[in-house]
Design a protein around this ligand. Sequence first.
Ligand code: FAD
Ligand code: NAG
Ligand code: NAG
Ligand code: NAG
Length: 340
Amino acid sequence: MARVLIVGAGLTGSLCASLFRRELSSKLQVMVWDKARGAGGRMNTSRSPHDPNCTADLGAQYITVTPYYAEKHQSFYEELLSRSILKPLLSLVEGMAPKEGTCNYVAPQGISSIVKHYLADSDVLYDRHVTHINLKEGKLEVYSKSGPSEMFDAVVLTMPVPQTLQLQGHIETFINESQRQRLEAASYSSRFALALFYKAGTQIGVPWAANYITNNPCIRFISIDSKKRSLESPEVGPSIVVHTTVQFGLKMLHKDKEEVEPLILDQLRQVLPGLPRSTSTKCHKWRYSQVINAVSNCPGQMTLGVQPLLVCGGDAFTHSNFDGCTESALAILDVFKCHF
Ligand SMILES: Cc1cc2nc3c(=O)[nH]c(=O)nc-3n(C[C@H](O)[C@H](O)[C@H](O)COP(=O)(O)OP(=O)(O)OC[C@H]3O[C@@H](n4cnc5c(N)ncnc54)[C@H](O)[C@@H]3O)c2cc1C
Ligand SMILES: *[C@@H]1O[C@H](CO)[C@@H](O)[C@H](O)[C@H]1NC(C)=O
Ligand SMILES: *[C@@H]1O[C@H](CO)[C@@H](O)[C@H](O)[C@H]1NC(C)=O
Ligand SMILES: *[C@@H]1O[C@H](CO)[C@@H](O)[C@H](O)[C@H]1NC(C)=O
């Protein structure tokens, strides 16, 4: 059995883990490490500190499927729909550009439930921030901030590309000049997200479930998250998610979220005057939000080394949504099938 490490418990890493388990389980022993304390990555579902049942999607909001990918990734959608991990988006989203033939899905249990589904039965360690990768006796020795280093026969890196480029050790010599240039050219938007959690029974008096705001310098998107997911219940309070504009995100990128949160709240009160008082809030800085320029000339993945196998993937090698991550995971699976 070859020991394989997947770095990143986001959608790409969790899909890789699931595909390896289904298609290569006789050959690979797979582990997943993530620096965070839970699964999801940019598919983050955050809980209210007062009620674990009151949740908000801080990153990805819903899954939009074009007819092309509905067919190409049909088996993935069928599986998630049959288990009610995805359901059609039924509520009103104001300002969403309608596109011919596309379909929108929400994850009623929170967007991270998609990632958790793919990670079920996987060996996952959280709080494992990978810092160095070295070559040793024909294997890859992987170091993390906590815990001892471990040896693997193959490694898949799924974090945003700038974070891959921060890794130290021999990995720096794996990446040749042309690869480094293409990786460095990948770029991402940045934005802040703010979740507001409310007491059970609170009424948020707006007719929509989500709204794309076009005339505010700070706020781009507001979701009444519980309503978006058709979760309204008398026992659990509603939640709201606010995404800032990319322009605001860039301008405030060097500031701490604690400093930025009151600025967003202030603008929110101007956009939605009369909003009730929340019981708690959570602010998140998405330094790497969505891919603007993907890595050129390597659809789905880039193979940095063959002996031992070192591959990087993620939405930077395709595009920033469910289908982009699926394309990347399938490309990585192909590399592993050829290799093992
Ligand atoms: C605000 C926002 C809104 C979005 N809206 C949508 C949407 O509506 N629909 C949609 O389909 N997509 C949306 N997206 C895009 C979507 O979320 C991403 O394309 C997708 O989640 C990327 O998954 P990934 O696994 O490639 O990367 P990530 O989710 O970033 O996963 C990488 C993982 O690696 C971990 N990691 C990083 N560095 C290390 C390290 N050194 N050691 C260990 N672990 C590490 C991170 O903790 C993370 O969990 C949105 C994204 C954001 C931020
Ligand atoms: C999700 O975001 C919240 C708020 O920033 C953070 O506390 C939590 O650790 C994140 N979860 C994961 C799994 O990354
Ligand atoms: C949360 O939901 C679960 C399952 O629906 C339920 O059993 C539990 O009592 C709820 N907890 C709270 C604090 O409402
Ligand atoms: C860089 O590495 C890739 C993959 O190993 C290889 O295909 C390419 O030819 C190399 N380029 C240079 C300039 O060495």
